[in-house]
Write a protein that binds this ligand. Sequence first.
Ligand SMILES: Cc1cc2nc3c(=O)[nH]c(=O)nc-3n(C[C@H](O)[C@H](O)[C@H](O)COP(=O)(O)OP(=O)(O)OC[C@H]3O[C@@H](n4cnc5c(N)ncnc54)[C@H](O)[C@@H]3O)c2cc1C
Length: 388
Amino acid sequence: MDLTLSSEQSLLVELVRRFVREEILPLELHLDPDADELDPADKARLIEKTKAMGLYGLDIPPTYGGPDIDLTTRTLLAIEMSQHRAGLYAPCYGVFGGAGLAQLFEASDAQKEKYLHPVLRGEKRGFFGLTEPSGGSDPARAIRTKAVRDGDTWVINGGKIFISGADKAQFGLVFARTEPENGRNGVTCFIVDTDTPGFRVRRVVHTLRSAHYATELSFDNMRVPHGNILGKVNGGFAIANERLTRQRIPYAAGCIGVAVKAHQMALDYVPQRETFGAPLSSRQAIQWMLVDNEVDIRQSRWLTLEAAAKADRGESFRTEAAMAKLVATEAASRVVDRCMQMFGGYGVTKDFPFERWYREMRIRRIGEGPSEVQRHIIARELLDSPLR
Ligand SMILES: Cc1cc2nc3c(=O)[nH]c(=O)nc-3n(C[C@H](O)[C@H](O)[C@H](O)COP(=O)(O)OP(=O)(O)OC[C@H]3O[C@@H](n4cnc5c(N)ncnc54)[C@H](O)[C@@H]3O)c2cc1C
């Protein structure tokens, strides 16, 4: 695979790099370390700027007004867009982010009118409700939330856990069991308005991240119209699977960007910091940490771009996306940890971004499917149809 950037890719990468340098880095100086997040007014301003640059909502197909940029280029931009202290805040990456709402492009016309178009206009937000207390790694078997048809409506009972953003959403995708004995072929995806009687955000689930928490939901005799099924009855798992596979590439890219930034900071720091009469950069122990960072970053970048290139060619990229997610999240965790070590006491203070990245990278080895699940996906394919 040729990793040389085309002239158009180089221009876009430079545009995003400048945007990060001129617009986001200055905001870091005033970031409240406890809030852990940009001021909403700053965020709104950045969104307007990325729109003006034509780089907002990169996950919107051109037919819906999004820019015509392939996944490989979007991956390169996502790597650039997370190279700042606010980390992983990527206003130019997409309006859907992790919420998986891109599945709404496959919705019926009436559903698009009610949900997709308001999302595109920034008027509505949604959530992706798959994981349940009974387990998220293998949701096809774990889903206990039940939907039973009653005339033109479905009555849903059950609950979800770890659902990001449901407390601020107007609707969400809720995956429920519609055929008890049919495993992955017995799950249906419902579009649920959060003001439906019986829908409740039971609690906010606080995690290592202070800003981006998750929620626990309960559904108590919640009636959802038949017309709110996304796709087909019992066809929900394929929707979830497609979204999970696709999301792994930008997820990996965000981690690589953080690793690149942390590594750059360490490369700048170690020649200046002296101990025992010599700069840290002269010590082999430090050099090897830098080398390991470089290798970790390059292999993550290679695997993630390979996954994106396969997706762009219309080939199956499930295994490659799993490899990208596995390698990038684990590599970025190691890189951030090494950089923290090289910065000594400063590394663990909130004056520097390492501790924030450290927490986020820890979550990233679990979110969107834990490392072991990615290995499980890769192993299954290796054993079923060996790769080369
Ligand atoms: C901050 C945050 C936000 C989230 N947002 C969402 C969201 O918006 N929507 C949503 O639906 N979900 C969301 N999740 C849920 C997330 O996808 C799940 O936590 C994840 O898929 C793992 O499921 P689980 O927690 O039930 O762990 P389990 O399925 O119980 O697995 C526990 C552990 O067992 C190990 N394991 C699992 N399978 C295997 C295997 N085959 N071989 C070996 N080891 C294995 C792994 O180490 C795993 O971490 C979020 C989670 C977090 C932490």
